[in-house]
Design a protein around this ligand. Structure first.
Ligand SMILES: Nc1ncnc2c1ncn2[C@@H]1O[C@H](COP(=O)(O)OP(=O)(O)OP(=O)(O)O)[C@@H](O)[C@H]1O
Length: 328
């Protein structure tokens, strides 16, 4: 292995890489696609960029991965400036997704060896790396079969394996599970988690699936009309919108009646003996509800907390029905 590669691998193991961007803007003709994007993504975390079709997600990935230039704004990846140190940035990143690198005329092993060549690994090291990645992604048996015979899930895994040949410290995943069946999607999620937990990689993913962002991302940003209109953890975003409530179930109608008299804004279901109290999902609100019940001497049979899901958040923030967007 060349010394530079050794050095890079050693650095990769030691220092996960952060992403910072300030005021990124981009227009195509008179269409403003990005109107000033700021990002601060901690090293070793998963960041998800959500947005309706055409929001500018892929454009953001293309800019941060040096494929296209922004019209204005600055960005640093692992401390390297996107404009002035583009070559250094290219060495620490990997990109998979809509512009997949998989060559259909080759098999998986050949695709990986080609990547190893591009990264100037020796034949021997290339073979070792290919075998290791094929095993990691459960592709060893299929390694010599033509890629054309692969399922969508296998192709995605190969695409990601090819990205990993270069030991990237930051990986951009542009819609990594679009079109995959639920099982392959779950496998991909496990792989993504292991990249962060075991390899210390920083992940920047775009996704059409709110559940994916919810399950994977430490922080989520919602892009709409070229601006980030919300950013936070899944829980923080869910708290931004109304609809959360605490649901109490009572043993009999008398207990329900008594409890209802103690809370101002509620909705009740007399048949199911339940009471719903609006809640922002925080512990103090839950504690306040329990205190009121306690001091009134009421013990509910069951209590559950309902937080709005990311679909609700998306709909409220973008005014777009995500399901309609996806099925279009
Ligand atoms: N090369 C280009 N030339 C002109 N317009 C472009 C170009 N690339 C993207 N656009 C436009 O920029 C806007 C944002 O596109 P982008 O692909 O970044 O959106 P996206 O959020 O990734 O959408 P999707 O989820 O559909 O992939 C769209 O209106 C698109 O038509």
């Amino acid at each position: 292995m060349p010394t530079t590669q050794l050095k890079r691998n050693a650095t990769a193991a030691l220092a996960p890489a952060s992403i910072h961007a300030t005021n990124l803007t981009k227009s195509y003709g008179d269409k403003q696609v990005l109107r000033g994007i700021d990002l601060a993504i901690p090293a070793g975390s998963v960041f998800a960029l959500l947005g309706p079709n055409g929001a500018g997600k892929t454009t953001t990935v293309e800019i941060l991965s040096t494929l296209i230039a922004a019209d204005a704004g600055t960005a640093q990846l692992a401390g390297c400036d996107l404009d002035r140190e583009a070559d250094a940035v290219r060495k620490i990143i990997g990109v998979t997704g809509q512009f997949a690198a998989v060559d259909n005329l080759l098999n998986a092993e050949e695709n990986l060896m080609l990547m190893a060549d591009l990264h100037h690994l020796s034949r021997r090291e290339g073979r070792r790396r290919a075998a290791e990645l094929l095993a990691r992604f459960d592709l060893t048996e299929a390694a010599r079969k033509p890629v054309t015979t692969y399922s969508g899930g296998m192709r995605r895994k190969l695409d990601l394996a090819m990205t990993l040949v270069g030991d990237p410290r930051i990986i951009f995943l542009d819609e990594p599970t679009t079109g995959l069946d639920p099982r392959s999607r779950r496998t991909m999620w496990e792989i993504i988690r292991s990249l962060v937990a075991d390899d210390g990689v920083t992940i920047f993913l775009t996704t059409q699936y709110l559940e994916e962002a919810d399950r994977l991302a430490d922080r989520i940003a919602v892009l709409d009309g070229g601006r980030l209109i919300a950013e936070g953890t899944a829980e923080e975003l869910k708290r931004l919108i109304p609809g959360g409530h605490i649901s109490l179930k009572f043993a009999d109608a008398a207990a329900l009646e008594l409890a209802a008299a103690h809370f101002a804004a509620t909705s009740r279901n007399d048949e199911e003996l339940t009471l719903q109290i609006p809640s922002d999902g925080t512990v103090p609100t839950l504690r306040a509800v329990l205190d009121i019940l306690d001091s009134a001497g009421i013990t509910p049979e069951a209590l559950s907390q309902h937080t709005p899901d990311l679909d609700d958040v998306f709909l409220t923030l973008t005014g777009t029905d995500k399901q309609q967007e996806i099925s279009r």
